[in-house]
Design a protein around this ligand. Structure first.
Ligand code: PLP
Length: 423
């Protein structure tokens, strides 16, 4: 007898393949030159990823001619939406020329706009991605402490080379990591009690993002701060995602000061971006006249990202972020109403949400680690069919372009999917 979930998923996938011949053809052609037709693993969906032809506001038009509401917001990098100010900032670069191999005034303007947001950050350095910024932050912690060990958490995602999700070991940088359960302060206390003098730092997302929008408890983050203080270790907040929670990021909301902060994703309006920063005392290690660390990167100050960041960062003020995150909170509440009857839940903070096929509560990666992935695939395909694009892992990140009407439609679509799940 066929498993009803298998049957539902097979029907959804068949419909996907039938309605997306152009995406299928492009995927096949891409497969000749890109392994699996893809160069960003998260974008692969079985049997192939959709191809987008055009984007306007929060609507994506696929090469197959249908439109879908973009609730993924480029995995949170698209927070600003495709607003005219981004295009204007890019145009200023087209007018003045780019690729100077020299400094301009713009990187300092962007840096000033970022430093002004975070109490704990006096100085920053730019990178090309959040992954690179996380690596630099960890290397900085190792350098300033003269220690090697880094405490990280199960389910964490700090970019490709520092992923702590299943299957990520082969591509992980060979640092000395101690991987502990998230939100488990006792486990961290125990490691510090035995090996505190060897721990260079703790690298933590204030909310596990790719791991399922699982938020930290206030006690957990405050405890990490205390342990790092007691043992001279560096507390690194990876705020690539959570910086959108408030002008000063999650560290403002939780009132916990980080020693090093990692940024990424949306500040450059969807162009490549990453940054890490902290106190002047730590960051002076990169001052050629003082610490003398060299940190290269041809594109660290690329004028496109710098110009968009300098122009747009001030627009992300307290009111704008509060309104966006309040919409996310309301959406999550509405989703919980629809999902509870089928034993599913929605987690996250503010405008970042993940739908899980478990009842919750979800406080650690282990709470969702054994979920049957077919449920997530079914959700993805059924929502796409109804015109809503989210990540296959059930994740969505609202951009400023998303409208209330689109969110109403999404809640309706989730209700319909819940009915399919109920059977
Ligand atoms: C928390 C977190 N850290 C780091 C990264 C890596 O950023 P990037 O994709 O720009 O390398 C991501 C990306 O999803 C992230 O969510």
């Amino acid at each position: 007898m066929t498993d009803p979930l298998d049957a539902a998923l097979a029907a959804a996938v068949d419909r996907f393949v039938e309605t997306r011949p152009q995406s299928a053809a492009l995927a096949a052609r891409a497969g000749d030159v890109l392994p699996g037709g893809n160069t960003r693993s998260v974008l692969h969906t079985d049997p192939f990823g959709i191809r987008i032809a055009h984007a306007d506001g929060a609507v994506l038009t696929t090469v197959d001619g249908d439109t879908v509401v973009d609730l993924l917001g480029d995995y949170s990098a698209g927070l600003l939406g495709r607003r005219p100010e981004v295009a204007d900032a890019i145009r200023t670069v087209l007018d003045r020329g780019w690729g100077y191999g020299a400094m301009s005034d713009v990187e300092a303007q962007f840096a000033a706009a970022l430093v002004a947001r975070f109490d704990s950050v006096d100085q920053i350095r730019f990178t090309n991605s959040g992954s690179e910024a996380d690596l630099m932050a960890v290397l900085t912690a190792r350098h300033v402490t003269g220690r090697e060990r880094i405490v990280v958490f199960e389910g964490a995602y700090h970019g490709g080379p520092m992923t702590f999700l299943p299957g990520s070991e082969p591509l992980r940088v060979p640092f000395e990591f101690v991987v502990l359960p998230y939100n488990d302060l006792d486990a961290v206390e125990a490691v510090f009690a035995s090996d505190g003098a060897q721990i260079a730092g703790v690298l933590v997302e204030p909310m596990l993002g790719a791991g399922g929008c699982i938020s930290a408890s206030a006690e957990f983050l405050a405890g990490l701060r205390r342990l790092c203080d007691e043992h001279g270790s560096v507390l690194i907040f990876d705020e690539v995602m959570t910086s959108r929670l408030a002008v000063g990021g999650a560290q403002e909301q939780y009132a916990v000061r980080a020693d090093l902060t990692v940024l990424g994703k949306y500040f450059a309006g969807g162009l490549s971006f990453g940054a890490f920063g902290g106190s002047a005392a730590v960051m002076s290690a990169y001052d050629p006249a003082r610490g003398g660390l060299t940190h290269g990167g041809t594109f660290n100050n690329n004028l496109f990202s710098m110009s968009v960041g300098a122009a747009l960062t001030p627009l992300l003020d307290a009111g704008t972020l509060a309104a966006l995150n309040a919409r996310g909170d309301r959406l999550r509440e509405r989703l919980l109403v629809e999902l509870a009857p089928i034993g599913w839940c929605a987690t996250g903070l503010g405008s970042m949400v993940t739908i899980h096929p478990v009842p919750g509560p979800v406080t650690a990666w282990s709470d969702v680690a054994t979920v049957d992935p077919r449920w997530r695939q079914l959700l993805f395909h059924e929502l796409l069919h109804r015109g809503f694009y989210i990540a296959q892992r059930g994740y969505l990140a609202l951009s400023l372009a998303v409208t209330d009407e689109q969110l109403d439609g999404f809640v309706d679509a989730v209700r319909e999917v819940a009915a399919i799940v109920r059977g």
